[in-house]
Design a protein. Structure first.
Length: 150
């Protein structure tokens, strides 16, 4: 699984100009599910993300986690994170998990984030054409791949 974590002061996702999910200070998480990913991959990300110490403490140091600041999260599925751009100019998305499998792991991830103590977790709509808006704080953007986490 691939997760792009953006530290935000706020974010929302719209479908047909209607907000379907939003968050205030916390993370916008773009989540891509790769073929062969399992719940174990999701569990690695669930364990890591809420505890990332990338919010500033009273001294301006990135020393606090989303859990410590009461951060919220907006999770948006994004199969294009699995793109293979190694040949030619058109990305291949064959590395993406099939939609049915990806949706199961996406929902599992969202449920796990809620169970991890995050104050509020909202989502986009899996497989929909969405418009995502955010105010990136910093900017701070972290990319995690479950293959490289312990």
């Amino acid at each position: 699984m691939i997760a792009v974590i953006q530290r935000v002061n706020g974010a929302d996702v719209k479908i047909n100009n209607e907000i379907t999910g939003s968050c205030s200070k916390g993370f916008l998480i773009l989540l891509g599910v790769v073929q062969g990913d399992t719940r174990a991959d999701a569990d690695k990300l669930i364990k890591k993300i809420p505890n990332l110490r990338i919010f500033e403490d009273e001294n301006g140091k990135m020393n606090l986690s989303a859990l410590e600041i009461g951060g919220e999260m907006l999770v948006v599925s994004q199969f294009t994170l699995c793109a293979d751009c190694s040949h030619g100019r058109r990305p291949s998305f064959t590395n993406s998990a099939p939609p049915d499998e990806a949706n199961v792991l996406y929902e599992y991830f969202v449920s796990g984030m809620k169970g991890a103590g995050v104050s509020r977790v909202e989502t986009g709509v899996f497989g929909a054409d969405m418009q995502v808006s955010l105010v990136n704080d910093g900017p701070v953007t972290i990319i995690l791949n479950s293959n490289y986490l312990k």
